[in-house]
Design a protein around this ligand. Sequence first.
Ligand SMILES: Cc1cc2nc3c(=O)[nH]c(=O)nc-3n(C[C@H](O)[C@H](O)[C@H](O)COP(=O)(O)OP(=O)(O)OC[C@H]3O[C@@H](n4cnc5c(N)ncnc54)[C@H](O)[C@@H]3O)c2cc1C
Length: 379
Amino acid sequence: MRFLKSVLIVGGGSAGLTCAAFLRKAGVAVEVSEISTTVNVGAALGLSSNALTPLREIGALDEILACSTPNLHMHVCDADGRTLVDLERPQPAGIDFPVNVIIARRELTRILTGVVEAAGATMFFGRQLVSMLADSDGVSVVFDDGREARYDAVVGADGIGSTVRRMIWGESPIQATAEVGWRWLTPARPSMRRGAYYLGSGGTNLGLFPIPGQQIYAVMGEPTDDGFVSDPAKRREDVVRRLGEQFDGAFARDALADLPSVEAIHFSRYPAMLMPQPWYKGRILLIGDAAHALPPHSSSGAAMAIEDGAVLYDELLRATEWEAGVHAFMERRWPRVKQVFEMACDRVRSKADPSARSLRDPHTGEKVKSLWKFLLQPF
Ligand SMILES: Cc1cc2nc3c(=O)[nH]c(=O)nc-3n(C[C@H](O)[C@H](O)[C@H](O)COP(=O)(O)OP(=O)(O)OC[C@H]3O[C@@H](n4cnc5c(N)ncnc54)[C@H](O)[C@@H]3O)c2cc1C
């Protein structure tokens, strides 16, 4: 790639690490600058085959499969654990790995970091960007450790609160849905053998999904219209109350008995942010949640972030100059990401309308099937 010798990637999440591995395949010198000093230690997430395919291209698939659990159904139960919906996710032709797997975030980050380092990218942890100055053929950057460097391009993969986006596009309010959620890991119990969503009596959903190591990924969500925040001081209490009052099966009693300390319970308002296109200005490009933070209802935010890296690689390889490459990237990414974003937003609930789009609604099954089908389309 004659027009692209060096790239700084800001952010070492799914987007940044996948992109780094792809750019190394093209022989580009890559630096990844991650603000935190440790790997991402969130709970877990699902990866569908459209994400697993590019992850195979960068050599991460085998380890991901070894460290994850297939998740092949949409299984919805009532508050007592009785099955209401049980949809099998079709296995796509020509794909010799599960159509969806659940993996701990810590494991995914560990695997991708290993791939990126083995591919020869340099990773900096605990380093912040202080300023960027772009011109027609590169970007000059200053970091908080005083280091100054110049790159042919900068990729902002620094998540929904992106510093790169703020520096170049200006402040934008964080856009969120009217839904919030808690996530944690809990020991596997016989009451939780199958992955399922449970519908609580007061509008709260609880998902329990097995992952390797005799663990369960627990994710609990509910509608809110009043800006509710589960403050760390009360967070454990918030979860205890909902588990105790809204669910009645052994699965809930076990989850309650095993509830970890507050530091291990992640809370967030569910995001919904789609930047207008283009996601680049000159030599600076945004990918992943920095450009498109999807509500979790499509389980596809990380998948879209991973696809970004694969498509960027593909289009830069074909191009003879940066501008043409990122323009072609944008042409391919915009319709697909917008469609998945809209499908996810369509399933978001609010207090005023908590059940109309809930998992119990028969239309939801149809919507989920359409999403599964759409995700399998070539990107
Ligand atoms: C409840 C919930 C459930 C979800 N479940 C799924 C799922 O099942 N499947 C799925 O595909 N997606 C899921 N998602 C979405 C997924 O988590 C995100 O889309 C994905 O993590 C985006 O990856 P990213 O690398 O763009 O951003 P992030 O994961 O946010 O990574 C950004 C990285 O940049 C770093 N950073 C931030 N600022 C700076 C800075 N200034 N300098 C350097 N580094 C910086 C951060 O520390 C972080 O490591 C879910 C989201 C939520 C909220």
